[in-house]
Design a protein around this ligand. Structure first.
Ligand code: ATP
Ligand code: MG
Length: 400
């Protein structure tokens, strides 16, 4: 027997009607990208499913290992193949069963006989394989309705194909099928989780980070680079824009009353993010904000901050409790990086008692004494841009 191919079942793609080809094409490209370090293999795209055909056993194992992280896949199954010889069929069935966890499992054999001249009827072959498997593995029981293991055998003219295992995929949509957005990435716990969630909905990411040297250190910058690198391991590269923010923050401190300086800081960040978004042709801005978590995240605050732009600001975590976000961050392996101690550019400059209900008119009034436009343009122009992952072959190292 040999493992022949992997059968891939699409996630929500199948419901996308006329856009289906674009979606399956995107999924195929993403799979090629994710496995670019492996020897070349064939991908065959059909209407309702896809087949991946590696040439070597190691490649097959690697693909099975990593495929559960690719968005847009509902589930997949390794497919074995053998000749039409009865003995070959039953030994292959045995090997396929051996590769599975069988303890206390129920089982049945389902035969599909596409090649009619085959020497046995459907029932005969089911019986023949079933009894052979049972005599070899006394720990399993037969069950016709909803068995744990359904050993599917398809007899075709050229070969016999078998699958038994259905491995769950990551779900979601292929990255890039929903355009690109700009993620506001702090060094905290929330924003990487927000980024992951939008990746899963098919959104490609650029990230933007504001830092204020010398008040924030190289370490906090490194942290954001590491988080960008983590996010780039979910199947698409991430471009990070690092914005020098010190001058603007110092100006805010001079010009704006203490209790609304937080609001103005956020508004300046959003204005800069919007300019970078436009320049990089991203469609929306993503933040890790969650309603009521801190003073800047009340509805009044969000309203006053949001007033600087009409661009959609996506806040996937808006309804999440902090504990749920932490759990999520642990699952996607960003938590350990996020909890490294660092100075946040906002906490250093802003008031210890920010208004939870800032009035938009007041904030606009205070900001009207100084045009920040030039400083904003300068910050955008002086940004540092980096790509992640740094090296292509690093893509899947220590990932999940
Ligand atoms: P996080 O854990 O993501 O830092 P937080 O709970 O600390 O979130 P805030 O500091 O109020 O919340 O930030 C809210 C959101 O604003 C962040 O999730 C992020 O999207 C954005 N943000 C905050 N600080 C920065 C920064 N220095 N650079 C880029 N984006 C930032
Ligand atoms: Mg933060």
């Amino acid at each position: 027997m040999e493992w022949k191919e992997i059968l891939v079942r699409y996630g929500e793609l199948s419901t996308k009607g006329r856009n289906r080809n674009a979606f399956t094409g995107r999924l195929r490209d993403n799979i090629k990208y994710a496995f670019a370090d492996l020897p070349k293999f064939q991908i065959i795209t059909e209407r309702d499913r896809m087949f991946i055909r590696p040439n070597e056993k190691e490649t097959m194992d690697q693909i099975i290992d990593r495929l559960p992280r690719i968005f847009g896949i509902q589930s997949f199954s390794p497919v074995a193949s053998c000749s039409l010889e009865l003995e070959d069929i039953r030994e292959t069935a045995l090997k396929v069963m051996k590769s599975l966890d069988r303890a206390d499992k129920t089982f049945k054999v389902t035969v599909k006989r596409s090649y009619k001249p085959f020497e046995m009827s459907t029932n005969e072959l089911q019986e023949y394989v079933g009894s052979y498997v049972l005599s070899s593995f006394p720990e399993i029981k037969v069950q016709m309705k909803k068995p744990d293991i359904d050993l599917r055998i398809e007899v075709r003219r050229e070969a016999v194909y078998m699958t038994a295992q259905i491995i769950p995929g990551a779900g979601g949509l292929p990255i890039g099928s929903n355009g690109k957005s700009l993620l506001m990435l702090s060094g905290g716990i929330d924003s990487p989780v927000a980024g992951y969630q939008m990746l899963k909905r098919g959104v490609r990411l650029d990230a933007i980070h504001f830092y204020s040297p010398p008040f924030t250190s190289e370490l906090s910058k490194e942290k954001v680079m590491d988080l960008s690198d983590k996010l780039s391991r979910f199947g698409a590269s991430v471009k990070l824009h690092i914005i020098p923010f010190t001058a603007i923050q110092q100006e805010i401190q001079k010009q704006i009353p203490d209790n609304v300086s937080m609001t103005t800081t956020r508004r300046m960040m959003l204005r800069i993010a919007d300019l970078v978004r436009e320049e990089t042709k991203a469609l929306a801005i993503i933040t890790g904000e969650s309603l009521g978590q801190v003073a800047s995240q009340t509805l009044e605050s969000l309203t006053a901050i949001n007033a600087v732009t009409n661009t959609p600001v996506l806040r996937p975590l808006i309804s999440y409790d902090k504990l749920d976000i932490i759990e999520f961050a642990q699952e996607i392996d960003t938590y350990e990086v996020s909890i490294r101690p660092y100075e946040d550019c906002c906490t250093i400059f802003t008031s210890s008692s920010p208004k939870t209900k800032p009035k938009l008119e007041k904030v606009e009034f205070y900001e009207s004494f100084k045009t920040f436009d030039e400083m904003i343009t300068q910050a955008v122009n002086e940004r540092e841009v980096m790509m992640f992952p740094k090296k292509k072959e690093d893509k899947f190292v220590d990932f999940l």
